[in-house]
Design a protein around this ligand. Structure first.
Ligand code: NAD
Ligand code: USQ
Length: 398
């Protein structure tokens, strides 16, 4: 298949590009390298030394003999180029990762809030609009988030749709399937709830074939293909804005830092290993919706964990100490989370679990690059609610 990967230089996009190319697909990456620029803006780097994109692609070709093409393009701001590229390549599938994905960054200050919303919604709208204008019948596979549902509220979370019973115009009870009511917890998560509505509309109005993968927190760093050469290594975010919880705990243990549990640690979240991410995307591509079918939504996660239990697991493996911090986020102090993930299991997903040897591999990677860690950047400083100054004004965000 001819596959276009938007955001193919990122944490999920890069290993996905390699995996699909390794499987014989004809892969083209589009990325504006904004994620690397945000690292520069924040003054942090990936714990692992990620090679420039042209080096990455050259090493992949030398290692496997396979070519991945890459275009530097801003999907949110270069609509005409995007439309022309989709028209020229006529891909069978487009995988859309090209969004600002950090919740803490999206809550950092007004500029980051506005950037996240404008970037993410414009990127999604541009891809959809370009598909309609070119008439290219590509299957769009989008990376959404479990966070669109709001983590539970005691319900079993279905795969995207909820059956509700309402009165019809004649007063009789009738059933309808609606998108699960969105309940975002950050500006970033809100953009994903709005993406869903764009998909709903373009599917209904233009018949676009779309799969939205509501993914949990991704952990791990390496996949089969990124292990082939050190210069293919995937990024490993550890800083307080982009590092996600389990990878942070593993890295913190590796460098001798206390494990930073926000609040009581009673928050339950869904998780998936990066190797399963790339497999799920391959499965979604191989099972495209038929013409006229509504948007498919899969919950792309394999297990749920309380943050505090994760910290105990890592502490038990490594001897690290656990530190409960004031929670910088506005989120439920604790929640139960029960998620239906039957669709991907039925397609053949065999979950990688946290109990495997992979936790040790991640600690090894973190130890190998521990000298690249700037410990002053570990704590999360992005506040969901601006602190008040003594005279009642909102403090200025920096
Ligand atoms: P990432 O930031 O590492 O990768 C995103 C890539 O998209 C980056 O390379 C960035 O430069 C690029 N990009 C952003 N805006 C762009 C634009 N306007 N034009 C072109 N390129 C652009 O993030 P990731 O962790 O790989 O996440 C990928 C997708 O998966 C995101 O949409 C995210 O919401 C979703 N997701 C990630 C996780 C996770 O734990 N990492 C979990 C659930 C869902
Ligand atoms: N947390 C800690 N300590 C830390 C870091 C985080 O206790 O050092 C807590 C947070 O307060 C939160 C939970 O861990 O309760 C998860 O935080 P996270 O940073 O690992 O994940 P999150 O902000 O939710 O975002 C990540 C990705 C995002 C994706 C989302 C999937 O960055 O792109 O959409 O996971 S989900 O969480 O299922 O919505």
């Amino acid at each position: 298949m001819k596959i276009l990967i938007l955001g193919g230089d990122g944490f999920c996009g890069w290993p996905t590009a390699l995996h699909l190319s390794g499987r014989g697909h004809d892969v083209t990456i589009i990325d504006n390298l904004s994620r690397r620029h945000i690292d520069n803006e924040l003054g942090v780097t990936s714990l692992t030394p990620i090679a420039p994109i042209d080096v990455r692609l050259d090493i992949w070709k030398r290692t496997t003999g396979r070519t991945i093409a890459a275009l530097h393009m801003d999907v949110a701001r270069e609509y005409d180029r995007l439309e022309a590229t989709i028209d020229r390549l006529a891909p069978d599938a487009i995988v859309h990762f090209a969004e600002q994905r950090s919740a803490p960054y999206s809550m950092k200050h007004a500029r980051a809030k506005r950037y996240t919303l404008e970037n993410n919604l414009a990127a999604t709208q541009n891809v959809l609009c370009a598909l309609v204008e070119t008439g290219v019948d590509a299957h769009l596979v989008h990376l959404g988030t479990m966070g669109v549902y709001g983590y539970g509220g005691g319900l079993r979370i279905p795969e995207g749709y909820l059956t509700v019973e309402v009165d019809d115009s004649a007063g009789a009870r009738t059933q309808r399937e609606i998108l699960f009511p969105p309940d975002p917890g950050s500006i970033y998560h809100m953009t994903k709830t709005q993406d869903q509505l764009l998909f709903y509309f373009y599917n209904k109005n233009d018949g676009l074939r779309i799969t939205d993968l509501h993914q949990g927190v991704v952990w791990g760093t390496q996949t089969r293909e990124t292990r082939l050469d050190e210069r293919l290594i995937n990024r490993f975010d550890y800083d307080g804005d982009y590092g996600t919880v389990l990878n942070r705990f593993l890295m913190q243990a590796a460098v001798g830092h206390d494990l930073t549990v926000h609040g009581s640690g009673g928050q339950t979240r869904a998780f998936i290993h990066i190797q399963d991410t790339v497999r799920c995307i391959e499965m979604a591509i191989g099972n495209a919706p038929n013409a006229g079918e509504r948007v498919r939504i899969y919950n792309q996660m394999t297990e749920t964990w309380r943050v505090g239990e994760l910290a105990k697991l890592v502490a038990g493996l490594t001897g690290a100490r656990i530190r409960h911090m004031d929670n910088p986020r506005r989120e439920a102090a604790e929640n139960d989370l029960c998620v239906d993930n039957r669709c991907l299991l039925d397609l053949g997903l065999e979950p990688t679990t946290l109990r495997g040897q992979l936790l040790g591999e991640i600690i090894d990677v973190a130890q190998r690059y521990a000298d690249r860690c700037d410990e002053t950047r570990i704590l999360s400083t992005s506040q969901w609610v601006r602190p008040q100054t003594p005279d009642g004004d909102r403090a200025l965000a920096v």
